[in-house]
Design a protein around this ligand. Structure first.
Ligand SMILES: Nc1ncnc2c1ncn2[C@@H]1O[C@H](COP(=O)(O)OP(=O)(O)OP(=O)(O)O)[C@@H](O)[C@H]1O
Length: 268
């Protein structure tokens, strides 16, 4: 894993969870005359699994893309590993990018590359390594996410939905990141596949010390692996806290989401 910067050991983190790995302050994003996010604040702490929820179209993906620098912000700052992404030099920004991995909603594997080539892409982009070393590392990542070796030579079109998610996660882990962004990692998986994927995320957090930012609609994931939940609504984070704290929060969307018919039908 990459070395941690000195600032990360400085005091000032969350009393329960630890240092701030991702700090979003006053972020505003809009398209034309429509504001999607306004003056939004959010912190993500070291080694936690943060579940990020909100109604459809509230801006969860937009926020993730704004943090990653793929969608422009109209205001606000984003600090990752203590590095302000607006004032960072090109080299500092690259260093931050080497320390995060991203799993996009549809997996977003390159359809013309096989699984191994997909996993090697970030290595090729960011590191200078021999082809043989990249091959070996790619196979290691496959093993980490529970895919068989022979998946390496398969094209994305030959994979099941669950295998695509795992292959995409293997690519997100290619550079041994400290922070991973997961956009609806269990969507499209059957309940058994989704539960297995949850366990995988949790065990990677435990063994690799990852910090996980996970956009999800999956009530089971929120219940079973998230340490903290943030709820997006009305263009900002309405509340963040433990599941119990969120469930006490008197807001119509929160109440119907966490205590509605589907929530009550969940079997623990
Ligand atoms: N590039 C864009 N141009 C214009 N509008 C956009 C763009 N990207 C997103 N939006 C709008 O921003 C709003 C938030 O979209 P976003 O995809 O972030 O929602 P979401 O919370 O992730 O929804 P879901 O849970 O359904 O995936 C939507 O109204 C969407 O149409």
């Amino acid at each position: 894993m990459a070395e941690t910067a000195a600032w990360e050991h400085e005091p000032g983190g969350h009393p329960e969870f630890g240092d701030v790995i991702l700090g979003v302050k006053g972020v505003t994003v809009g398209f034309g005359d429509k504001l999607v996010l306004e003056n939004l604040d959010l912190e993500v702490y070291r080694r936690e699994i943060l579940g990020f929820v909100g109604g459809s179209g509230t801006g969860k993906s937009v926020l993730m893309r704004a943090i990653l620098g793929l969608t422009p912000r109209r205001a606000g700052t984003v600090e990752v590993f203590g590095c302000n992404l607006d004032t960072a030099s090109g080299e500092e920004r690259l260093e931050v990018e080497r320390r995060w991995g991203v799993l996009f909603q549809q997996g977003a594997l390159f359809s013309s590359l096989n699984v191994k080539q997909n996993i090697k892409m970030p290595m090729r982009e960011h590191m200078r390594m021999s082809e043989q070393l990249m091959d070996e590392l790619a196979l290691l990542k496959l093993e980490m996410v529970g895919l068989p070796r022979d998946a390496a030579d398969k094209m994305p079109s030959e994979l099941s939905g669950g295998m695509i998610k795992r292959a995409s996660l293997a690519r997100a882990l290619a550079l041994d990141p400290d922070l991973v962004f997961l956009d609806e990692p269990t969507s499209g998986l059957d309940p058994i596949g989704a539960a297995a994927f949850d366990r995988l995320i949790e065990s990677l957090r435990d063994t690799l010390g990852l910090t996980v930012y996970m956009v999800t609609h999956d009530l089971d994931s929120l219940h079973s692996i998230c340490d903290r939940i943030a709820v997006l609504g009305e263009r900002r984070v309405l509340i963040n806290g433990s599941l119990d704290e969120i469930m006490q929060f008197d807001h119509p969307w929160v109440q119907s989401y966490f205590k509605g018919e589907r929530a009550l039908r969940r079997v623990d």
